[in-house]
Design a protein around this ligand. Structure first.
Ligand code: G1P
Length: 300
């Protein structure tokens, strides 16, 4: 991934990655392993998300974690024993690759002591973020794009000096699964949002524009989240905080460029694995051969 406009993205120096969820949809895999560490091919989903942030020029990544998340900290740390053993065995290139993960970016771990919702998770980063705009990246949403997803949003934030969230059209049958935003198209994929609601009941969505897990927010979201009462699912919802921000300061949506995978859903997760494997020259041939075989032999 490359950023054609890293100067714009530099405006955002910090980001928050909430990773404190229980990952119940992927049990039993997530009984002892954090959901964010499940691999797409051979790389944890969280590493792709961190790499997206780094490609957009982000310097500090605040990971909000809960119990049993030490694997996340270890992954972005130096694996001293592993590296030393590999170097002793002459596997220098592999050891260098491991070291590169530790050198990617500064990771700051913040504990969310209770799972009170996404809005609360973001609020946990308040003191680390301070008084500057910041990105939020949700680990379930993988965005494969030429220009990093969060970098696209940072560019729009810089142009308009207003909070901006990623949007994507979804079918009517799926609107109840997302935050949904409605508003006026002001050109170049930018929407002036006039209404945003978390997981509207079937048949009540104000549009088909779903909120996808990338946000660039001003620090003024924090006092809003501090006052936020619980919403859908009895949780403190980020979307409810955004609805208040929309009324006080305005809120933009951006129809980002790129392919999105929902790694939080089993079929979405499998699709992401296939798509990322097909991009790998060492795996593509064998996988295609198997897929052709499956299509020929499997009955729908
Ligand atoms: C979260 C947000 C929702 C957003 C979605 C995108 O929901 O609350 O507004 O549309 O991520 O993936 P979750 O899927 O975590 O329930």
């Amino acid at each position: 991934m490359s950023s054609p406009d890293t100067k714009a993205a530099k405006l955002i120096r910090k980001c928050v990655i909430p990773a404190a969820g229980l990952g119940t949809r992927f049990l039993p895999a997530t009984k002892a392993v954090p959901k964010e560490m499940l691999p797409i091919v051979d790389t944890p989903t969280l590493q792709y998300i961190v790499e997206e942030a780094v490609a957009a020029g982000i310097e500090d990544v605040v990971v909000i974690n809960g119990r049993g998340k030490s694997a996340i900290e270890d992954h972005f740390d130096i694996g001293f024993e592993l590296e030393t053993t590999m170097r002793a065995r002459g596997k220098t290139a592999e050891a260098d690759k491991l070291r590169a993960i530790a050198n990617l970016v500064r990771i700051i771990s913040v504990r969310q002591k209770e799972p009170l919702g996404l809005g609360h998770a973001v609020l946990c980063a308040k003191s680390v973020i301070g008084h500057e705009p910041f990105g939020v990246l949700l680990g379930d949403d993988m965005i494969d794009a030429e220009e990093p997803g969060i970098g696209q949003l940072a560019r729009v934030y810089q142009q308009h000096q207003k909070a901006v969230i990623a949007l994507m059209e979804v079918p009517d049958s799926e609107t109840h699964l997302y935050g949904i935003a409605a508003g006026r198209d002001i050109g170049n994929g930018v929407i002036q949002i006039d209404h945003v609601v978390e997981k509207p009941k079937k048949g009540t969505a104000p549009s088909n524009l779903a909120v996808i897990g990338r946000y660039v927010l001003p620090p003024s979201i924090f006092p809003i989240l501090e006052k936020q009462t619980t919403g859908v699912g009895g949780e403190i919802q980020l979307t409810d905080g955004l609805a208040t921000l929309q009324k006080t300061e305005g809120l933009l949506g951006y129809k980002f460029q790129g392919q999105r995978y929902d790694a939080g859903d089993k079929v979405g997760y499998l699709k992401a694995n296939i798509a990322y494997a097909l991009k790998r020259p060492d795996l593509r041939g064998g996988l295609l051969e198997y897929m052709r075989e499956v299509v020929k032999t499997e009955k729908p």
